[in-house]
Ligand binder design. Structure first.
Ligand code: ADP
Ligand code: MG
Length: 730
């Protein structure tokens, strides 16, 4: 079989169509059930639970952390901070007892060391354990502690007589911990998993075809990279901390080189597509508006960004710019004024908003701004009535409309622009990449594109994900804004929160109360929302208080009616799901209450908070949460209370959640399958691989040279969704 594969490989190499999987040859492709210690049942579980089907899958699935097994803790040193990590203890068994009957039977083992005591628990496999432990003997215990009222307990730890443990010589004191699932861990415990990986490694160790290095020696030398096979070995069985670091570096390098080969190839193709429209004139509409109609002085940041956009518009290159500006920083004005630049040069512009409400709001402001400028504005949304729709469609096709405002209805094929020169996309993260790419097809020549977002991502990450996307930042709020005060209350303090709301409403202010809506649990979420609504109407009865409700399941017309009611001040309290997250402008609303705030992501919390603080009054954001918070949940709420700065929050978000989950990068993050590398923190490797990728693609854009063929596999392995073009996020 191996010979057949070798032949196949030779033929493939001649044809230049070799794939990495062929290099990885038969052993890595072998089904996992043939590995010693696996068998049919475990194999099926491994595939179902963690997607491991072959030896190669198993060996490319690395430990997510390592435990230094030379370190043994004293019980008195175990504290809450260790709750989700593994520790090793050396204890004596001083008691054994059983609780419960039948299937509910549990084994409780009391252990002590000279500094304290702990409790070990088994829910299943009790017979097996019983045979292996003895009172008054000393054991090495390995597992995850949990603390309740100062008492340490450990569920299903590994346990081994101390003499046995100490006599076991191992090459390294590091032991990998593999991620697992509940089902999987009951069939394959941590130690068994290690053994299985070791058995799998034994199969490939001597096979020169397994883990052939895709990087040439020259590149390895230049970057001081460990050979691939050695790296894989050290990921599983680190010979030392230093070797482990080198192995991780090597594997990150491969992953990020794969990512960069994808991104940079797209960048090159975008450049090839060539020129952008020229808007040389700063004309009448812009000047009149600037001199006579601008309702306030622009902030320095707004001015700078408008200049940056203008520079792109006269550069001859098509603009593809990301505008990051915190909530309330005045992005709409930048959008409007830059659209005037297009209009003054005889082009049409459009602005696309993620929701109906926001599109209508933009339309209203743009009509107001455009008054007396001779600039014609139209609107088109999913709920546009026939007349409105006709006006927009005909006006746009005939070139009679200059600015079209709308939702993703703008992407529909029926919308034909006479002369589209500029597209603004507001609150980018609500649009799918494919949707945005569709706007391209509306023109022979691509329009200039500005994507605006209130949830910034660090510049290095933006550059990496979006290739050569230009980035502008509004880093300043209009003057006179009072920072919003944010507080975190546990549910138990609800009455106190209600009291506060009543005082604010008595002052004539309005209040948002927002409930989470999480995919997959909508049903429960809507129940929470309605329960909440009921309790609020009870505690805030008519006629003193007027409460209204708004959520995504309502008919658009009802939703709008509710929002309008609130906007006009005809309701004191708006109970809503996060549909109000984006853009709604009600300056008299001063309190944002976020229920189950621990269930929201940081950027979403920040977005929601941005709905208040829009007027001159002091505004508040109140984060309600249950008593039991995860470490991460607590960190998010604390961060919210500590800062109003969206940039700081987004950096933190990135650290807490990884790049894949950050808004706008969501699709991109998902699209790269990264095991070891982290887009948020491995910026240095990102930089290095970026340059390598550019250099490689410069000489061999399609990776066709024999020495680059293996790189093609590297590239494809880490990109799930080939179709998406990130440099065309617009
Ligand atoms: P966002 O960046 O969140 O989209 P908006 O464009 O909605 O922010 O602006 C928020 C509010 O600030 C609006 O009411 C807008 O009119 C006002 N605004 C924008 N720029 C300025 C400025 N330079 N001075 C004063 N107010 C401004
Ligand atoms: Mg906005």
């Amino acid at each position: 079989m191996r010979r057949a594969a070798a032949r196949c490989w030779a033929v493939a190499r001649r044809c230049g169509i070799v794939a990495y999987s062929i290099i990885m040859a038969d052993i890595l492709a072998r089904e996992i059930k043939y590995v010693a210690g696996v068998g049919d049942v475990r194999a099926r579980l491994l595939e179902r639970e963690v997607g491991v089907r072959t030896v190669g899958d198993l060996l490319m699935r690395f430990p997510y952390r390592y435990v230094d097994r030379s370190r043994i803790l004293r019980l008195m040193d175990v504290d809450e901070s260790m709750e989700s990590s593994y520790v090793q203890l050396r204890c004596r068994i001083v008691g054994m007892s059983y609780v419960g009957e039948g299937a509910k039977r549990r084994l409780i083992v009391d252990v002590t060391d000279p500094t304290g005591g702990a409790e070990l628990l088994w829910f299943h496999g009790i017979k097996w354990i019983e045979k292996r432990i003895e009172l008054n003997r000393e054991y090495l215990i390995f597992g995850r502690p949990s603390l309740f009222k100062g008492r340490i307990s450990m569920v299903h730890p590994e346990i081994e007589p101390i003499e046995v443990a100490l006599s076991r010589k191992s090459e390294s004191s590091f032991r990998g911990v593999y991620s697992t699932t509940e089902r999987l861990s009951s069939a394959i415990q941590a130690k068994a998993m290690q053994t299985i990986v070791a058995n799998a490694w034994a199969l490939v160790a001597a096979d020169a075809n397994a883990f052939r290095d895709p990087l040439c020696e020259d590149m390895r030398r230049r970057h001081g990279l460990m050979p691939l096979k050695e790296a894989v070995y050290n990921m599983h069985f680190p010979q030392s901390a230093e070797r482990l670091k080198q192995a991780q570096y090597r594997l990150k390098f491969d992953e990020l080189l794969g990512v960069q080969l994808t991104i940079q190839a797209r960048r090159t193709s975008r450049h090839k597509r060539g020129g952008g429209f020229l808007f040389p004139r700063v004309g009448e509409a812009f000047n009149t508006f600037y001199r006579e109609k601008l309702p306030f002085a622009l902030t320095a940041a707004q001015q700078r960004v408008i200049k940056e956009i203008r520079a792109d518009m006269i550069s001859g290159r098509q603009m593809n710019r990301l505008l990051q500006g915190d909530v309330g920083s005045g992005k709409t004005m930048v959008a409007f004024m830059s659209m005037l630049l297009a209009v003054d040069n005889g082009f049409q512009a459009c602005i696309m908003a993620p929701t109906e409400i926001l599109a209508r709001q933009h339309y209203a402001s743009m009509v107001r701004f455009a008054e007396g400028l001779g600039v014609r504005v139209a609107v088109l949304t999913g709920s546009s009535k026939t007349a409105e729709r006709r006006t927009a469609l005909e006006g746009i096709a005939a070139g009679e409309v200059d600015i079209l405002v709308g939702t993703h209805a703008l992407i529909e094929d029926r919308v034909q622009f006479a002369n589209l020169g500029y597209v603004v996309i507001d609150e980018q993260h609500r649009f799918g990449v494919e949707q945005r790419a569709k706007l391209w097809t509306k023109n022979q020549q691509p329009p200039h594109i500005l994507v605006m977002t209130a949830t910034p991502i660090p510049r290095t990450l933006a550059m990496t994900l979006y290739g050569d996307l230009e980035v502008s930042v509004i880093d300043e709020l209009p003057p006179g804004r009072q920072p919003i005060r944010t507080y975190h209350y546990f549910d138990s303090a609800r009455l106190k929160m209600f009291g506060f709301l009543k005082r604010e409403i008595a002052k004539g202010r309005q209040v948002y109360i927002v409930y989470p809506l999480i995919q997959g649990s909508e049903k429960m979420d809507y129940k929470d929302l309605y329960d909440g609504f009921d309790s609020i109407t009870r505690d805030f009865p008519l006629p003193t208080y007027r409460t209204t409700v708004c959520h995504g399941k309502m008919k658009p017309a009802d939703k709008d009616a509710a929002m309008l009611q609130f906007k006009r001040g005809e309701a004191d309290i708006l109970v809503a799901t996060s549909v109000i997250e984006v853009g709604v402008d009600v300056p008299n609303a001063t309190v944002m209450v976020i229920e189950s705030a621990e269930r929201f992501g940081l950027s979403q919390l920040h977005q929601l908070r941005g709905r208040v603080g829009r007027g001159s009054e002091q505004s508040y954001c109140i984060l309600m949460s249950g008593d039991k918070l995860s470490k991460e949940g607590r960190a998010r709420l604390e961060a919210m209370c500590a800062t109003n700065d969206g940039f700081q929050l987004s950096e933190l978000d990135l650290k807490l959640r990884g790049a894949g989950d950050i808004h706008g990068t969501q699709q991109s993050g998902d699209a790269f399958e990264l095991n070891v590398a982290n887009l948020a923190t491995d910026t240095q490797i990102m930089e290095v691989t970026r340059n390598e990728a550019i250099a490689i693609l410069d000489t061999d854009p399609a990776l066709q040279r024999p020495e680059n063929v293996a790189l093609r596999a590297l590239r494809d392995r880490h990109c799930k969704r080939e179709r998406i073009d990130f440099s065309d996020i617009s």
